[in-house]
Design a protein around this ligand. Structure first.
Ligand SMILES: C[S@@+](CC[C@H](N)C(=O)[O-])C[C@H]1O[C@@H](n2cnc3c(N)ncnc32)[C@H](O)[C@@H]1O
Length: 239
């Protein structure tokens, strides 16, 4: 897969991601809600439903940001342990604040790490989720290899990502809406980050290419599920 930084300028390092998300952390949740028109809650629910977390399971949320996917796992299953990792200290601070507000105790740990070099032993997790992060990772194929490594046999990987709709009519509406996204982002203090968001969705491979990458990494039962007219997709695979 020719996915090196030299080919695509929207593939940026964990350090560059950290700097960008540190800058926008404070207003990230508000911007997310506004730009997705509140749909992100539904997308997260669907994502974790596909993960099918079970009591006593151990889960990893990669690029956890402000922690909403990790909290959704807690909402859908009791007695789980979750690690949420992210290079952005500011995003993690907000996630920790939310965890304290929810009183989740030791069920979730948030700490800094890079998807390309996971600091965990092999076969640690029953499942891995990642929301709106895979698109940002500098070498996605390598990240998939790391995810496979830390999953237990039979474990599920579920990735939620923003995609370009394929239906021409929907694409028309999408093309009219996306120029507004950087404006909304700017109003909510996001600077150029939301222009990057639109550009990186434009550069992101079509769903069939993403599922090929899952298979190439060694995942089985690979599938994708488009939601909201294909403006987001949930990709899943089993170890
Ligand atoms: C758009 S936010 C998504 C946050 C959260 N998952 C959500 O659903 O709202 C993307 C997150 O991925 C993180 N990220 C970017 N590159 C990463 C990497 N290489 N490893 C781990 N996390 C990364 C960013 O710091 C950022 O917090």
């Amino acid at each position: 897969m020719s996915e090196q930084k030299s080919d695509r300028d929207t593939l940026i390092s964990a350090d560059e991601n950290r700097a960008m998300f540190d800058r926008i952390a404070k207003n990230y949740d508000a911007a997310n809600r506004a730009i997705s028109m509140g749909m992100d809650r539904l997308w997260r629910r669907e994502t974790i439903a596909l993960l099918r977390p079970f009591r006593g399971g151990r889960y990893l949320d990669i690029g956890t940001g402000t922690g909403d996917l990790a909290f959704e796992i807690l909402d859908q299953s009791a007695n789980v342990l979750i690690d949420g990792i992210d290079p952005s200290g500011q995003m993690l601070e907000i996630a920790r604040g939310k965890a304290a507000g929810r009183g989740v105790g030791d069920a979730v740990s948030f700490f800094p790490a890079d998807a390309l070099d996971l600091p965990m032993e092999s076969e640690t997790y029953d499942g891995i989720v990642s929301g709106f992060c895979f698109r940002n990772i500098e070498c996605r194929q390598k990240a998939l290899g790391e995810m496979l490594r830390v999953l237990k046999p039979g474990g599920m990987l579920v990735i939620l990502e923003a995609t370009r709709p394929e239906n021409p009519l929907v694409r028309l509406g999408y093309n009219l809406y996306t120029p507004l996204v950087p404006i909304i982002g700017r109003i909510l203090g996001g600077g150029s980050a939301y222009k990057y968001l639109v550009d990186s969705i434009g550069d992101f491979p079509q769903p069939g290419t993403v599922t090929d990458m899952f298979s190439a990494a060694g995942f089985s039962s690979v599938q994708f599920k488009p939601l909201t007219f294909g403006t987001v997709c949930i990709f899943s695979g089993k170890k």
